[in-house]
Design a binder for this molecule. Sequence first.
Ligand code: FES
Length: 406
Amino acid sequence: MTLSPYQHAQAITMIDRAIAHAENGTTDWAPSVYRVPVEDYLSESRWREEMDATFMRLPLLLAFTCEMRKPGDYKTMKVLDVPILIVRGRDERVRAFINVCSHRGATLAGHSHGACARFVCPYHAWTFNDRGVLMGVADPAKFGDIDTAERNLKELPCEERAGMIFVGLTPGMTIDLDTYLGGMLAEVESFGLESWHMYHQNSLESANWKVTHDGYLETYHIPFLHAKTLSTPGANPSVIMVYEAFGEHAFGPHQRMSGSGRGGDVLAMRDIPKSEWTRDEHFHAVRTIFPNVSIAMSNTGGMISQLFPIAPDRCITIQNHLYPRPPETDREREDYDGRVDLLIRAVRDEDYKTGLAIQSGLKSGANRDFLFGRNEVGPQRWHASVDHYVEEARQGQAHAHRLAAE
Ligand code: FES
């Protein structure tokens, strides 16, 4: 499959940098080794602070266009303490609501995915339309007077772009995806994800969300931990990692990582004219949308992982295996199944198994901090992003307290 003109231009930039590194025995480097206190991976109060500063304040990629293409299609999920209902209305617009009935708080839609014109609460049958408007109260004459306009579902900010559906978990917060995602939008748009097919979804349990995320941001570990799965046999274990940051800040918070992580011979690209660096296999990259999404995908398909923290020491990952179209032959289905199986095994049995062991050793006192090398630019930037949003939230709270005191 060929790269789009945008992807081809990006490939030239990134491969040129990788070749220069290969020739010089270097890789992208941060100014220094970076330390994150182990306590930041253990502390419940720190975890809560991180959740409030990131998941509760930033747009989250919660769904995909291909999960809800038709009017009435909906999806439910719970992120932290927020039950969410995402629905495509008859006007084709996608909206999100807190999935809680406005009568006495029952869960409105109970299935993870479905399609319906109206939502009827299972408890007392209050009925809401696809815009969250309360349409009917059961036995209204006996219920008594209420202002039904005040009893619509609580709406959450929601926006659909490039085949992705973003939701803000705090009612009333604003979402500005152009500013927040910056160049990452063009990265994802280049795949044409809006017309893709969701082939398979599965969930995996892992350790603390930062332990889990650290592994998505470097390929330093690939030749070792994934020697029998993702790495190429006999590959040079000294990997090259080339990073690009996208977003409002110098550190991103979104990132693209490419290089030689899976063992491809970067120097061999010198023998191919740049005008011919146009094929999918010429440019592999892993993209990260802060705070919780990793996109390991090419134009022939791949996996988008959504990481959802559920406790200081636990995280659930939804793996979404997406392809440009459904398989059309048995051979194609076997190919898809093989790719899905490989990714599940590599992540569950290698990355997450290692992460759970890290988690169980955190309290041992063996280490006071986690070290991220100069070569681990991606994790360094990601932790800088977490710290930035935590600090921003602290300052916002301090400002609010000052205002309240005046
Ligand atoms: S709680 Fe939903 S109708 Fe009563």
